[in-house]
Write a protein of this length. Structure first.
Ligand SMILES: [Ca+2]
Length: 469
């Protein structure tokens, strides 16, 4: 048997088995679903997209191009209108069809074949679509395939094909028109809606029916637009306040990355927000400094918390209890000290890591007045010790500290004044430590004569939390 016959024979065997098994499984109450058409796609979606290289152009497909893909999004919720999004292993495409209730014929998971000859490949600000070129108001326009012609170009195949969103990071999503993720069903993990959006609904519920942009962001990183039509049946649903994963169709509008939701079930924001403590966590340390006494004006009190150490190694400056914007915090600065070296320590009370696992440290910091003429070298270090005893000089010989600063996100600082808000550190793992530990915030600054040697940043530290599970 030559190779071709062998393959043909084995394919026939498999087909025979498939027919046998399906005839066994499918009883009279289960009519057979639609099957794939006897059409051979000859072009990948990536290859089709490569035929459109000039943004705004209308490329009429002149040859017998046939693509095939699985429907990943349709008009079921009303957020998508007269469009289908189909995807193969190379890319994704938006089909413009001038008809309503497309989801009844083209459910998510259905394979479709598109005979593209005669259709127009164009883009709207970088998001490509396949439709027909028409003239609207005397100008060329990319329009939907007329409803009476849809069956000529779009042929439905098998249903219930698996649809798995492609897990990506925001940096993988580009605004290049050929980007393989444009029009595709993608997933971004660990996002949440920005705080100002959590009191809103997904879209406009007024009579104006204006499409709305909302914004999601990771705990640290850039935000991404979630764009929702006021005609979506979830336009009036409240934006969720949690954190988690999101599935959406990725589109671009010029240089803007836009996500289009299929439905609210694509937004799996069920975890506590960035900076919030998980509900199942065991709190091992929690200090917000709200019990500190802060006079209306200087002199301010040094931070004083039972079990904590607040000591000046060099320069005589202590962490002070201060308040601004409705919260109290610990503040340290070399500014105005006239000292060549200012080293100060704020050490927490003992943290017992014996009864938990996967411990995490979080805190918030704010850095002001970096000073234009001075050094930008970091003036704050975050340290952990397993052999500090909780009393005495933390800098004493024999006391060892592990520098974990690089694991934390610190306030970027401002040359003059302060950033608009505190910066959350993110999760700093303490899982590598065991027994009883202490966490230290070590300030290392200077304010000598002149400005060249200035290291005068003012650091404000708040909401120091350690938890485990
Ligand atoms: Ca506070």
């Amino acid at each position: 048997m030559n190779k071709f016959l062998k393959i043909t024979f084995s394919v026939m065997m498999v087909m025979g088995l498939a027919i046998l098994s399906s005839s066994c499984k499918k009883d009279f109450d289960q009519p057979p679903g639609p099957t794939d058409a006897n059409i051979a796609p000859n072009t990948t979606i990536a290859a089709l997209k490569a035929m459109h290289t000039s943004s705004g152009a209308y490329d009429i497909i002149a040859t017998d191009v046939i693509i095939s893909g699985i429907v990943v999004a349709n008009d079921k919720s009303g957020n998508i209108y007269k469009q289908l999004f189909i995807q193969d292993s190379t890319g994704a495409m938006q089909l413009l069809l001038d008809a309503n209730s497309l989801y009844t014929s083209y459910p998510v998971g259905r394979r479709v074949y598109v005979k593209a000859k005669g259709l127009s490949l164009s883009d709207f600000n970088g998001t490509m679509s396949l439709g027909v070129k028409a003239t609207v108001g005397g100008l060329p326009s990319q329009e939907g395939i007329p409803s009476n012609l849809i069956n000529k170009y779009v042929i439905g195949g098998s249903i219930n094909n698996p649809v798995v969103p492609i897990l990506v990071t925001e940096s993988q999503l580009t605004t290049n028109m050929q980007d393989r993720y444009i029009n595709a069903l993608i997933q971004l993990n660990d996002y949440e809606f920005v705080g100002t959006d959590t009191s809103k609904t997904y879209s406009d519920t007024s009579a104006y029916k204006a499409t709305q942009n909302r914004f999601i962001k990771p705990c640290s990183g850039s935000q991404v637009t979630v764009r929702t039509s006021a005609y979506a049946n979830f336009a009036g649903v409240s934006i969720p306040n949690g954190h988690g994963n999101i599935v959406a169709i990725y589109t671009v509008f010029g240089s803007t990355k836009q996500l289009i939701l299929r439905d609210t079930s694509d937004v799996m924001f069920n975890d506590p927000r960035c900076g919030a403590i998980p509900s199942n966590a065991v709190i091992l340390l929690n200090q917000d400094f709200e019990s500190q006494v802060v006079p209306a004006s200087a002199p301010y009190n040094p931070i004083s918390v039972t079990g904590w150490t607040n000591l000046a190694e060099v320069g005589g400056k202590l962490y002070a209890a201060r308040t601004f914007g409705g919260t109290k915090y610990a503040e340290i600065t070399a500014f105005g000290s006239a000292q060549n070296v200012v080293i100060s320590w704020l050490v927490t009370s003992a943290v017992n890591l014996n009864n938990t696992t996967s411990e995490v440290l979080r805190f918030a910091s704010n850095q002001g007045f970096i000073g234009a003429g001075g050094s930008t070298a970091s003036t704050l270090k975050v340290l952990v010790s397993s052999n500090y005893t909780g009393t005495g000089n933390p800098w004493a010989a024999g006391v060892t500290w592990t520098d974990i600063t690089s694991q934390a996100t610190l306030s970027p600082g401002a040359a003059s004044g302060y950033p608009s808000s505190f910066t959350n550190s993110g999760n700093v793992s303490l899982a590598g430590f065991s027994g009883t530990v202490y966490v230290a915030f070590k300030y290392d600054g200077a304010d000598p004569a002149g400005t060249a040697g200035d290291r005068t940043s003012t650091w404000q530290i708040d909401n120091i939390v350690v938890y485990g599970f």
